[in-house]
Design a protein around this ligand. Structure first.
Ligand code: IPM
Ligand code: MN
Length: 353
């Protein structure tokens, strides 16, 4: 098949990891007889430097004309001025909103080859395989806010509507039906009105999914259980901010934040794929970045945007086998142990495909 992919490297290690993901996609194309073409566009700090805005119109136009978007990461100390009117992160929030990407899928699993390096006891990690479904275009990220420069108050508002909760709940229930049929809905219904609306809406949507076992977890105790009994979770659905926080926490289960991929999907068509990690300015440009999150995001792109399940599985199997054979980037190498560069790791994955 032919597909057009917009590539948004962004800042820091975003550049290295998207080029790794593209190398893997090219290997998939030649191995399976597809034709992928790529168009690069600007987002984040580099977009601010070149155009004055974190998400130029041209990037949106390029994205609109493509089948999927692959994104690296945005941000860095250069643009970290808290009083600046334009910030790299605005690019990310705007592109999610523009394309209506309300459903963010963040799968988390433990790789047996990495379990021994986890800060958690190895027996806790047995069988960890979960999917965090994060609401991505609502909640406190987009609610009414007031920022008064250096004034003495500021606020952000957690705001959800029933239709917003319904649509993310449907995504989560359907995902659970395709997995172990367990859904944990995360909220803070004991304190927040918006989270009581969240809970009662999820309960209502559950009526359509009698085959899925639903439970509700308060976010604080959920954060604890994610560490004390991670293997008990199957699908988790959470608001924008709770999903953001819990997915970083869950990354410890996978060995490193560098391992996690994500897919951001809307009601129709276009999806955006990006590693969960940030731009890691401290290691940018040194060939130290772990490209796994980006490579596995490319696998999700193959699966969800191009409907190429066998190809997606081939990429995932290649990553796993390279890890089994002992290839380690710096973030997942044992202390003092040797590690390979971003491109060496990527090359090994491509060869497996
Ligand atoms: C993420 C990031 C972003 C978020 C930031 C960079 C705006 O942390 O994708 O998880 O908070 O959504
Ligand atoms: Mn985050």
């Amino acid at each position: 098949m032919k597909a057009k992919i917009t590539v948004l490297p962004g800042d820091g290690i975003g550049v290295e990891v998207t080029s790794a993901a593209v190398a893997v996609l090219n290997k998939v194309a030649s191995r399976f007889g597809h034709e992928f073409s790529y168009e690069e566009a600007l987002i984040g700090g580099i977009a601010i430097d070149k155009t004055g805005t974190a998400l130029p119109e041209e990037t949106l136009r390029t994205g609109e004309q493509s089948d999927a978007i692959l994104l690296g990461a945005v941000g860095g100390p250069k643009w970290d001025n808290p009083t600046a009117a334009v910030r790299p992160e605005q690019g990310l929030l705007k592109i999610r909103k523009h394309f209506g990407l309300f459903a963010n899928l963040r799968p988390v699993k433990t790789y047996p080859a990495l379990a021994q390096y986890s800060p958690l006891r190895i027996e806790l990690l047995n069988g960890v395989d979960m999917l965090i479904v994060r609401e991505l275009t609502g909640g406190i990220y987009f609610g009414p806010r007031q920022e008064q420069g250096d004034g003495d108050s500021a606020y952000d508002t957690e705001l959800y509507t029933v239709p917003e909760v319904e649509r993310i709940a449907h995504i989560a229930f359907r995902a659970a039906q395709g997995r172990r049929k367990k859904l944990t809905s995360v909220d803070k219904a004991n304190v927040m009105a918006s989270m009581r609306l969240w809970r009662r809406t999820v309960v209502k949507v559950a009526e359509d999914y009698a085959d899925v076992a639903l439970d509700h977890a308060l976010v604080d105790s959920c954060a604890m259980h994610l560490i004390t009994r991670p293997a008990s979770f199957d699908v988790m659905v959470a608001s924008n901010i709770f999903g953001d926080i819990l997915s970083d926490e869950a990354s410890v289960l996978a060995g490193s934040l560098g391992m996690l991929p994500s897919a951001s999907l809307g009601a129709d068509g276009l999806g955006l794929y990006e590693p969960v990690h940030g731009s890691a300015p401290d290691i940018a440009g040194q060939g130290k970045a772990n490209p796994t999150g980006a490579i596995l995001s490319a696998a999700m792109l193959l699966r969800y945007s191009l409907n190429l399940e066998a190809e997606a599985k081939a990429v995932e199997a290649a990553v796993e086998s390279v890890l089994d054979q002992g290839a380690r980037t710096a973030d997942i190498a044992p202390r003092g142990g040797s590690f390979v560069s971003t491109t060496e790791f990527t090359q090994a994955v491509a060869e497996k495909i």
